[in-house]
Structures are given as structure tokens and as C-alpha cells.
Design a binder for this molecule. Sequence first.
Ligand code: SF4
Length: 386
Amino acid sequence: MLNVQCDDFGLYVHWPFCKKKCPYCDFNSHVQESVDQSLWRAAFKTELAYIAEFTKGKNLSSIFFGGGTPSLMEAQTVASILADANTHWAFDDDIEITLEANPTSIEAQKFQDFKAAGINRVSVGVQSLNDDALQFLGREHNAREAVRALEIAQKTFDRFSFDLIYARPDQTLKEWEEELSRAIDLSKGHISLYQLTIEQGTPFYIQHNRGDFKIPETDLAADLYELTNKIMADANMPAYEVSNYAAEGHQSKHNMIYWRYDDYAGVGPGAHGRVTVDGAKYATRTHRAPDIWLERNKAQGHGYHAFEKLDAAQSFEECFMMGMRIAEGVSIEKLEHLSGKKFADIFTSDKINSLAQEGLIIVTQTHIKPTQKGMQRLNSIMSYLL
Ligand code: SF4
């Protein structure tokens, strides 16, 4: 019998609309002037009922409204999705219910309504505390609004997080150190810190290729990462994942579900899910385009277009890749269960020893985990081991 933390179950709800498309963003987000919220409420309702059939009897540990910009949802839409979810699944007593929010003043004013709707944690897309950087990133808010939104979050919720993007063009170590120190003062136990990456298909991809701006070279990016880890560890919010930092007890339950390879249902356009049905793990995917998702939803009662059964090798690989992102690492028992092999037969001892000697991984009785140095080189570790 598998005896690891595998009982958490989450629900991801994707709201695909934004007021404006940020030039670095490759998420499934679409600009649409007006959204018929009652139509969307009804569509979420049918899709929840559909996926609930495959996940009966589970308790929800976490619900996450992501996007897009879910803070553009009406609080009533959020409340109605939560009420529906609760008819399909029992909620854990300490369920975490997070909503991603942008810090424009209009959205921050809705925090109290979201709380009344059932949200108990927000994740605010601050991205920077510097006006020039926010303008470069094409954001709708300024630094003053961001600070104000964090103050409102602080007063409204026991737990909240916010995101910052660093390793921006021309950013120095000193500038980042100052910005991060200000961010820590505004935080309440959790911050996500992402290095700016240039994704194909985005306006930044074209501008970067054209030479309009440069992002830091590898060495500076590595120094920025190390500095970030040090500052956050000194502030008692160490990295518990490659880009996520938290004080004890403030780690995001929802993200841990992904990284521990537990099950989660995904609803809304382009949402992914992982559900175990009759002992087999399935990867689920819905139609990405909002209008197609909506149309399918109306025609067939859900917007899913794929339920792919994962074989042992696929599940093992996914579990390993997700788990190596977090400081606690991957449970060896879980890897053995998924692969049907003993740990010694999964990876050769030569490979494990050489990575351990280089200071990139640690293997304990129960887990294989990356060191902080290893977290920066996950891709090479993965390709070496897999
Ligand atoms: S607000 Fe978020 S999801 Fe929307 S375009 Fe900007 S980065 Fe993407």
C-alpha cells in the first residue's frame, strides 16, 4: 500500500480573460471587452458536474482560480462555482481557496467581496515595485497601486502571496536587493519570484530577437538567483520550490498538489488536470479557445477534449520531474510505486553518486531531492537521469 502524502486533491478553475495582454505572457489569456458572466457560470457548472463523476468521494484540499485574470470575475461567479464544487466534493476543514488578482485599484477593492464569496487567499500579480519596470512589462497598474493592493490583502486575508519578475533588462544586483527588501516588508509569508523568460510567440520574443532589449547573461542571472535565495532565506522565507519562497506554514497547498503529483481536476478553457480513475492516472485537457470551450460545453456538457491514460513510464517521469522542483524532493516510495521498480533499478548508482558528488542532489532514506545548486540546473539533471 502506498504510504506517502498522496491524498490531497485540488480543483483548478481557469478564467481566460484579461483587460490587456502583457507582452511577455504566453498563458491562455484573451482580451475580451465584455463577458457574459451568467453564461460562464452555467458553463463552469456543467463542467464541474462532468469531472465530478470521475472523482467521486474525494475531499478537496485546495481550489485555485487562475488565469487570465480571475479578479475580473464577479464575486457572485466565484461564489456560485464554490457552492457547486461543494455539492460535488466535501471541503477539508482547512481548505485553501486562492484567487489570482491583479493589483489595479478596481480589483483590489473587490478583495472583501471575494472573501465573502469564500476566497481565503489571494495571489497578487505585482510583478515589480518599480514604475519603469511595470511600464516595460506592459502592466496596467503602477507601484503605488501594487503597494495599496498588498495592504488591502494584508488586512483582508490571513494568507496571501504576490509575484515579482526579476532578471529584467539592465537590472543590477543592488537594485534587485533593494526592491526585494521592500517586497519582504510588504509580504505575509509567501512570495513567488520568477526570472523574466522570453517565450516564443510573445511580443517580447520579437522585440528581444530584434535586439530592442537584452535580458541578463547566464552568469548575472545565476548571481541574481543566488542573491534571491540568500535574501529570502535570511528573511525566514526559504525557497521551497525553484521560484517559490515561504515562511513555515505558508507554502501554497495548491502548488504542492502539482509538485507532489497528487490529483487535481481542471475546469475552464485550456485547464489541465490529473485524475486517478480505477487505479490509472489520466491527463485531462480542455479546449483552449474560450469560444470553442463554451460551444463544446453547451453541446456536450463539458469542454474536455482529451482524457489520456498515462502508462507507468509517463507517470513516473511526470512525478519525478515535478517533485525535483521542490526542496523536499520526490518520495522514493512513490517513484517505486509508479515505476513498479526498486529505486536501485530506476537510476544507476553511478549516476546518482556523480550528481551527489557534484553537490546537485541529495538522496535520503525516503527522498531524492535537489540541492539549491541543483535547482538551478534541473534541466541537465533531468536529461542526465532520464
Ligand atoms: S495579466 Fe497575467 S495572464 Fe493576463 S496577460 Fe498579463 S501576465 Fe498574462
